[in-house]
Every structure is written in C-alpha cells, then in structure tokens.
Design a protein around this ligand. Sequence first.
Ligand code: ATP
Length: 352
Amino acid sequence: MIELDGATGEGGGQILRSALALAMCTGQAFTVRNIRAHRPKPGLMRQHLACVRAAQAVSGARVRGDELDSPTLVFEPGPVRPGEHHFDVGSAGSSTLVLQTVWPALLQAQAPSRLRLSGGTHNPMAPPHPFIERCFAPLVRRLGAGAELRLLRHGFAPQGGGEIEARLTPAAALVPIDLLARGALQEARVECVAPGWGQEAALQALAPVRAMLQELLGEAVGIACDTPRVPAGEGPGQILMVTLAYAHVTEVVCVLGGKRGVSPAALAALRQALHAHHGSEGALGEYLTDQWALPLALAVHHTRQAAAYSATVLSLHTRTNFEVIERFLPVRFETAQAGRGWRVSVAPKHPG
Ligand code: ATP
C-alpha cells in the first residue's frame, strides 16, 4: 500500500488525481491522507469525488473514504475495464479533469474505449476542452495511442451541462518522445466563444486580445480571428482563446468570462500569460508541463528509455506531480534551468 500525504508540496487535488491514474496503471493500492490540505476548503469536493467514481468504474476498485469533505481515501484498483463509460460530474465541475484521471490507464488497456463525460467543459483552474483537444491529445498520439475528442455541448461554470465524447485507442507500445523545441510558428488564432452572442459583440471582445498578440508577434504575422456561433442555451459564459500552433507543439492560452463578459483583471492575466510564453523558449507552457509528466513517465517506464522536454515555467503544482509519479513508477525526474526556460528529463531508475 502506497501512503501519500495530500499536504505535500502544493497540497491540492492533483495529488489525488495523479495517484488514481497511476494506481490504475500499475495495479498498486494507495492511501492518501490530508487530501487538498492547502486548499481553503480541504477534503474531497464534488469534482474530486467524480474522479474517484470514474476511476472506480474503470478499475473495479475497492474504495473507502469516498464521501464529500473526506480527508482520507483508500483506493485498491482491480483490472482495467476499457469499453463504454459515461461519467457525470453532477455539477459544473471539470469533466476534462475526470478524463485525464482515467486516460492513462486506458492508454495501456487491452481494447479501445468510448467515454461520454458530462459536466463543465470550460472551467477556471482546469484545462478547457480546446486545450485538451489541441494541445494535450496530439502529444498523447505521438506516444503511439489514438485519441479523438468531440465537444458535443459547451458547459461553462457555474451552470455546467456540457458534454464531451472521447474515443481512446490504446498504444501497441507507448514510446517516449523528446520535446525540446516548439518549432516554427505555423498558425496564430484568436477566438471568442460566447453562447448567444452576435458576431459584433464577439469581435469587440476579441479586439484587445488580437491587439496584444499582434504587438507580441509583430505586424508581419497574420492572425486568424474566429467567432463561432453557439446557441444561447449552452451559456451563459465566454472564453477568449489564443491558439499558437508551432511545428512540434500547440499552445492555447485563454481566459473565461461570466455573465458580463471577461473582466479587465482577466484580460491583464491573459496579457501576462502571453508575455511569459513569448519571453521563454520552453516547448511546453506551464500547464502542459505538469500534464505531460504522467503520460511521458509511463512511456519511459514501459520502454526503459529516457526522455526530455523543455518548459517555460516549473510550478509547484508540476514539482508536486513529479513527486507523486515517482512514488508509483520507477522513474526519476530531473530539472535544470536552460536558456529562457527549464529542461525536464525523465529517466528509468533501472535503464534497460
Ligand atoms: P484543486 O485542489 O482545487 O483540485 P488542483 O491543485 O488540483 O486544484 P489546479 O492547480 O487548480 O489543481 O490545476 C488543475 C489542473 O488544471 C492542472 O493540471 C493544470 O495544468 C490545469 N489547468 C489549470 N488552468 C489551465 C488552463 N488555463 N489551461 C490548461 N490547463 C489548465
């Protein structure tokens, strides 16, 4: 039984989600105490409970402590069951975090899976669906697995009501890749998705985003502008997104808005995130840096081949995730500052 302390490092819900994913991948049971100890409302919240239930459904696990606010969870996984699953967060909680909890186990299952996930698809503090589809899924495919995602209906917090379909095909063999450079910029796009809004309002909301991106990239770079029409019933809510597609990796930087649109503070945060991305040479941005660690570590473990990537930022969230992964897999993460960013390497503890 692996014993985890949920107060380690960042002390957030990622410790639980990574532990669930890795327990299913390796068949190892775990106990986690002090769940989300550093959060204002510690313990299991509805969103985390949805991840536990999904992991339980996929692995037939025996679970104790799976109640709202519980500070402790015991999880004993059984064999992974690929196939058809429907997971409902039961609130506006993030369905993409549920997807990322079960995805690693289904990457190495014996058969493909089709998942339907209901809940939030565009949440604060979680990967929005476009990030998963454009940034994360293409990297997973490069490890050798199949992943097709479809957004069936938007779900913005606090209403939720969104739906995603994910078709996941396991890899014959997960093969690690190095991601040390972004490659040349191939496409820059700004988008405003705002259910019920007309095109004029959406373009107006996008104007400052487009201006800040143009200022960063220079006048010579063309920026595509998209304002897809979405039925009012899928809102209220908005997302302003910048997509930067490079030869080797795609980055989505976004902000969410409420009933009154995106706040000036949120726009300022977007500007800061874009500047941070532009000012670094790292291939992966802050969020991909923490999300990529687990699937890559699995591939390193399977093949016993080391791999590396470069990153713009190494957050405490990321470093905590490295620690959890090292508790389940015989791999070691090493980090070093490199140029205007970081280099992360993952190596097997016992090379083949
Ligand atoms: P909690 O304790 O409330 O569960 P947490 O500590 O587990 O929170 P966060 O730090 O809030 O988690 O992040 C959750 C996940 O969402 C991380 O994997 C992070 O990379 C991802 N994430 C957050 N914001 C974005 C974003 N704008 N784009 C892409 N991914 C994001």
